[in-house]
Design a protein around this ligand. Structure first.
Ligand SMILES: Nc1ncnc2c1ncn2[C@@H]1O[C@H](COP(=O)(O)OP(=O)(O)OP(=O)(O)O)[C@@H](O)[C@H]1O
Ligand SMILES: [Mg+2]
Length: 787
């Protein structure tokens, strides 16, 4: 205690030499130069120091305590602090003291010259460099930007702070102010304060700030997600948690020791690979240390359940008997010969080369043509589990790869979920609607999917939730899509595309007879001998009550017919019901789709390819007084507009040969309209029909009603080939058309057209527009009403 006897104590403080500083210890404030902060003054020495400084108008040296407690000794204080002037000293009504201090300059304590009644130290003050180099300027610039970014993420940050930060032009002040306002630990702030080298200091502040911004972003995302996507599964998690609490309240405690024991056993039996097992052990150990009521408890418990439930090493033996597979495919599906053949080829290759990389099949076709049910048959044939993963509308990477375990209700992605449900490591996973994935700011689901499908990577697929790799290499993936073009190219490259077109009337009738009827009978609790439906009735339903490439609507309508019969039988009015064509309308109501050809006027019938198969499409043109303008309506896409322009130019340039009066053309506007709202009208295949419609309008020769056409045209009248011939022809047949005009260069597509359709249709192969007009237009001009 000989410090008490130092001259300092005895001498009046006013006589303190110039090179010493009154030290103000603080427990919870790191004051930086350039910053004004309130500082709580606690402890005898601190109060005495503050009072003395105020009385003598001296500066103080603000030093952070390294240890807790009032009246710290010199060795309990950090050595680097900030010289500060006292703006105000406040003693509150309750006797506590504060002072408002303005930080000025860093200093280092050299030694203490007095300890009582307050600490006094000899110090060395540090000047900030005034001239700074490029390195520092660049860092200061980044820091300013990042600081402003951080403030935008913090809704509670005062607006003035942003302006203040923008206004600071000294790099050192900027670093100090940012450090001061960040919510860092005291020790972290002290660390920054004690970094004299400006470049290094800027780096440190930037590093803290970047980390902070990441945290802010993630927590904002989580906030948003929890708010937005408080969906079923999260609700379930919360309810479960509440249930647990209720059980606890009711004293239904269970035995935590036994629970841990059970978990340990399950982990051991789950057949996990080493990395997963270690992870499980770690989590288990954590769980045991946690109080059961903790929110984290249920999260950890859930996670462990997932790890345990995953089929890490459960494999079904794959049965690869080609004959059996053929039998199963035939049993479940009528027709589709080419598709079945390709599936069998695929299976044969798999059998011969089990370790080889088999391609990923992808069924592409309109709704209801059997894509999903073919996948089910494949699984059945191989003796494997079948699961669907719907990708339609998935736009968040996390839906595929899972959410990190950061909030209640987070779950693995849909791939891992499907595998868990399958309970095997080698199920058939059908990735439905790969054409309807979409990218968004939530991350790119495509790249996640690519990783899932990549044989180089998918044996260590890492789901964000599981956090440990899971081997997907034994999964048999099959994709489905409605539209080939909508599948992103990298994904398409990885898959073997198998296209399924729509069914013809005849095929639908057969499918109804062989499959749908039986299925609907049993679904409605009927026996085959209780209800008869005639072929004519079925045909009537197919033609006039459904308009689809597949058979889903047909199945529904058959269901409706059978339910009606079921009522009759159940009410005892009859033991047997037979439904004929005349009964259909009474049961199903008026036909949904009139046969459109019967209603048509003298316009050209085009053929369109649509995602739902194919459709006919009418192209009308008319002429009004004007000056040679072209009016297009019917919500045409760009390509189709160009087709229309080409058609007009072609017809005008051949006006002479076609016998069109050029003068009429000069004082007319031409109007082309394509009705029928739902058909997407974009694609280069309507040129021929447009030219035909225009030629009909201008020559007065009617377009024949029983002819439909597709094809593009060049300006010189050459008919160019187009896609989707099969679907279009099938659609034409469905609409009751018997003659189709197709581009000669599409002749090779003929073999794709189902034989039953091919036999009923007449095909005209056109090289030039003249071939089209010769066939499509009536020879004699009719008298037309003036336009
Ligand atoms: N060739 C067929 N033989 C027997 N049944 C069929 C045939 N094609 C389709 N079906 C039946 O039609 C129904 C619809 O088929 P499915 O669900 O497989 O359509 P999808 O092509 O997957 O359609 P989506 O694109 O809408 O998913 C199923 O009940 C299926 O069994
Ligand atoms: Mg499907």
């Amino acid at each position: 205690m000989n410090e008490n006897a130092t001259p300092m104590t005895a001498a009046p403080a006013a006589s303190l030499p110039e090179d010493v500083l009154i030290i103000l210890p603080t427990a919870e404030t790191v004051l930086f130069p350039g910053v004004v902060l309130p500082i709580a003054v606690r402890g005898k020495r601190a109060i005495a120091a503050a009072q003395e400084a105020v009385r003598t108008q001296r500066r103080v040296g603000v030093l952070l305590q390294a240890a807790e407690g009032e009246n710290p000794e010199p060795d309990q204080l950090h050595r680097v602090g900030t010289v500060a002037s006292i703006v105000r000293f406040v003693t509150a009504a309750d006797g506590t003291h504060h002072l408002i201090a303005q930080g000025e300059q860093r200093f280092t304590v050299l030694d203490y010259v007095s300890r009582e009644p307050f600490l006094v130290a000899r110090i060395e003050a540090h000047k900030e460099p005034t001239a700074v180099g490029k390195e520092i300027e660049a860092r200061a610039l980044t820091l300013r930007e990042r600081a402003i970014e951080a403030m935008q993420l913090l809704p509670q940050a005062p607006a003035e702070l942003g302006n203040a930060i923008r206004a600071i032009d000294s790099a050192s002040t900027l670093a100090d102010i940012v450090a001061s306002f960040m919510d860092l630990k005291m020790t972290e702030k002290q660390e920054i304060l004690a970094t004299f080298d400006l470049e290094e200091r800027l780096d440190r502040v930037l590093a803290f700030l970047n980390r902070r911004i990441e945290v802010l972003k993630v927590s904002r995302q989580i906030d948003e997600r929890t708010r937005e996507a408080f969906d079923e599964r999260q609700k379930e998690a919360v309810l479960r948690e509440r249930l647990r609490q209720i059980q606890k309240e009711l004293g239904d405690k269970g035995d935590p020791g036994a629970e841990a024991e059970d978990l340990r056993k399950s982990v051991a039996e789950a057949g996990m690979p080493p990395e997963a097992e270690e992870q499980a052990q770690r989590e288990l150990a954590r769980l045991e240390r946690m109080p059961e009521g903790a929110a984290e408890y249920s999260m950890t418990r859930n996670y462990l359940d997932w790890l345990i439930a995953m089929p890490w090493s459960k494999l079904d033996p794959e049965q690869l008997d080609i004959d059996r597979a053929r039998a199963i495919l035939d049993e479940d599906h009528y027709g589709l010969d080419k598709v079945k053949r390709r599936i069998l080829e695929f299976l044969a290759v798999r059998k011969l080369n089990p370790e080889g990389r088999s391609p990923i099949l992808c069924f592409v076709g309109p709704p209801g043509v059997g894509k999903t049910s073919l996948g089910q048959s494949i699984a059945k044939a191989l003796g494997l589990q079948f699961r669907r993963v719907s990708l339609g509308g998935v736009h968040d990477e996390a839906e595929i790869r899972g959410h990190r375990r950061t909030y209640i209700g987070s779950l693995p992605g849909n791939i891992v979920q499907a595998i868990r449900k399958a309970g095997r490591r080698n199920p058939v996973l059908m990735l439905d609607e790969v054409d309807k994935l979409s990218a968004s700011h939530q991350g790119d689901p495509f790249s996640a999917l690519l990783e899932v499908l990549d044989p180089e990577q998918n044996n260590t697929f890492r789901d964000n939730y599981l956090g440990v790799p899971f081997d997907l290499s034994k999964v048999l993936f099959i994709g489905t899509a409605n539209v080939l073009d909508a599948i992103p190219a990298p994904l398409r490259d990885r898959m073997e595309i198998i296209e399924l077109a729509g069914y013809t009337e005849e095929e639908k009738l057969q499918i109804a007879r062989r499959h749908l009827l039986a299925r609907q009978l049993s679904a409605n609790g009927l026996r085959a001998d209780q209800v008869q439906i005639s072929d004519e009735a079925l045909r009537h339903v197919i033609v006039d009550y459904t308009r689809e490439a597949g058979v889903r609507g047909l199945e529904r309508q058959i269901g409706a017919l059978l339910r009606n019969a079921a009522v009759t039988i159940a009410s005892g009015r009859a033991a047997q019901v037979s439904i004929d064509v005349g009964d259909v309308q009474g049961i199903l109501g008026a036909p949904r789709f009139e046969n459109e050809v019967a209603l048509r006027t003298s316009v050209a019938t085009g053929l369109a390819w649509t995602p739902a198969g194919g459709d006919i499409l009418f192209i009308e043109s008319s002429r009004v007084r004007g000056r040679g303008k072209l009016i297009l309506t019917g919500q045409l896409g760009e390509v189709m507009k160009e087709s229309a322009q080409a058609a007009v130019t072609l017809v005008k340039s051949q006006a002479d040969r076609l016998g069109i009066d050029a003068a009429v053309l000069d004082d007319s506007d031409l109007h082309i309209h394509v009705p029928a709202g739902a058909i997407p009208k974009d694609g280069p295949s309507a040129g021929v029909a447009m030219a035909t419609s225009l030629a009909s309008l201008l020559t007065g020769r009617t377009v024949r009603a029983d002819v439909a056409m597709t094809g593009e045209i060049s300006l010189r009248g050459v008919v160019l080939p187009v896609g989707g011939i099969k679907e279009k022809v099938v659609a034409a047949a469905r609409a009751g058309i018997r003659t189709v005009i197709l581009p000669a260069r599409n002749r090779r597509d003929l073999e794709d057209i189902p034989e039953s359709v091919r036999n009923r249709m007449e095909f005209v192969w056109a090289e030039k527009i003249d071939d089209v007009l010769a066939r499509a237009l009536e020879t004699a001009p009719v008298q037309r009403a003036a336009a």
